[in-house]
Design a protein around this ligand. Structure first.
Ligand code: B4P
Length: 193
């Protein structure tokens, strides 16, 4: 199982990725969680990332590529994974293609032997804003949320076509209860695997 979870901020990527990774006993790799841990630990990477995250901007691609490369080379990633929040830009997706050819257990990124699926959770903006405001994380204030949505439309949404063109896209309606979304994901992903 090699899954990428996409979708706007608050779509439920983290929520669903965590549930399904536990169910399928594969690692849940969240770049947001890794970055937040670096911020809390005040590592040099965390110090650099914090200002971008607080402003609702994406952290620069180069920093993310190093994080993902290191994580994907760890032994538990060999048997599959759910990657939550990465790639988020076209350069990140291109980098990920080359990385997958090199990491243990990676394999082809397109074609009939490719195991990679990109899940997009679709949720309307008004629902996203309500969800994020009630979550109340440090970067969940209205101004930052609006900026994150704008950045999503400009930089991340083009990836939907990128993966659709390669016939790897799995589109799911995320505007339902958490249990309904989980059930739908299990159904479509078992059909697609
Ligand atoms: P992320 O940690 O990826 O956070 P997110 O997009 O805000 O949240 P997610 O979609 O996972 O929502 P969740 O399930 O928690 O990114 C944070 C920041 O890190 C970015 O802004 C960026 O600065 C940086 N970053 C991360 N990856 C990067 C990358 N690759 N490149 C550059 N920068 C990067 O759900 C949200 C809320 O909704 C929760 O409270 C949840 O309980 C609720 N919810 C979920 N599903 C629901 C449902 N079906 N019904 C009702 N509520 C639901």
């Amino acid at each position: 199982m090699q899954l990428i979870f996409m979708g706007p901020p608050g779509a439920g990527k983290g929520t669903q990725a965590q549930l399904l990774a536990a169910l399928w006993k594969i690692p849940h790799i969240s770049t947001g969680d890794i970055l937040r841990a670096c911020v809390v630990a005040k590592t040099p990477l965390g110090e650099k990332a914090k200002a971008y995250m607080d402003a609702g901007e994406l952290v620069p691609d180069g920093l993310l590529m190093d994080i993902v490369q290191e994580r994907m080379n760890q032994p538990d990633a060999k048997a599959g994974w759910i990657l939550d929040g990465f790639p988020r830009t076209v350069p990140q997706a291109a980098f990920f293609d080359t990385l997958l050819c090199d990491v243990p257990g990676g394999g082809p990124t397109s074609g009939k032997d490719c195991a990679l699926r990109a899940v997009n959770l679709d949720v309307p903006d008004n629902v996203l804003v309500t969800r994020l405001l009630s979550r109340g994380r440090q970067d969940d204030n209205e101004q930052t949320i609006r900026r994150r949505l704008q950045v999503y439309r400009e930089q991340t949404e083009p990836l939907i076509e990128f993966y659709r063109d390669r016939e790897q896209l799995v589109a799911v309606d995320g505007d339902r209860s958490m249990q309904e979304v989980t059930a739908q994901l299990q159904q479509v992903l078992s059909r697609n695997s």
